[in-house]
Design a protein around this ligand. Structure first.
Ligand code: HEC
Length: 138
């Protein structure tokens, strides 16, 4: 290969490398996205029957999860409700509910996934939760 051709090939490689987004950015994005994909499946299997397709719940029977103010400032309240169950009067988005939710057995990773899905769907946006974060809240 003559020297000019080598230079051109090198230049092309550098151009390709520069045009790629930083690896850390790609990994952060796909990590939340794949967590949400798993979480969506868990939501459909375990939660949707009561909390409805878009997390809107059902008037006076099942509280909403979409933009719920019950756990928006303290996500451990959601972790607590799901892993230990919840019973009695609660107020969610200015509506009162007197219901009962049985505990649902999920691993730390599954809980992180379903909460990542819930908090980043239906107009919501939140930072990613990891299995480690959930472990600390149990
Ligand atoms: C059999 C019906 C049912 C299922 C299935 C169910 N829930 Fe609930 N959930 C309820 C009821 C009823 C309440 C309200 C309990 C009360 O009034 O004290 C509730 C409350 C909650 C709350 C706190 C209130 C709020 O709206 O923010 C969260 C968080 C929650 N559920 C998450 C989930 C998640 C996540 C799943 C699936 C892993 C799930 N639930 C599955 C019936 C259900």
């Amino acid at each position: 290969m003559d020297i000019r051709l080598k230079k051109n090939v090198l230049g092309l490689l550098v151009a390709i490398l520069i045009s790629c987004p930083p690896v850390s950015q790609v990994m952060a994005q796909s990590s939340l996205e794949s967590s949400m994909t798993r979480g969506k499946l868990i939501y459909r299997n375990e939660c949707m029957i009561c909390h409805a397709g878009n997390g809107e719940g059902l008037v006076r029977a099942f509280p909403p999860l979409a933009n719920s103010d019950y756990f928006e400032d303290d996500i451990s309240k959601a972790v607590e409700a799901i892993s230990n169950g919840l019973e009695g009067e609660i107020v969610v988005n200015n509506e009162t509910y007197y219901g009962l939710m049985d505990p649902i057995k999920l691993s730390n990773q599954e809980l992180a996934d379903v909460l990542n899905y819930i908090r980043n769907s239906w107009g919501g946006k939140a930072t990613e939760l990891t299995a480690n974060d959930i472990e600390k809240m149990r």
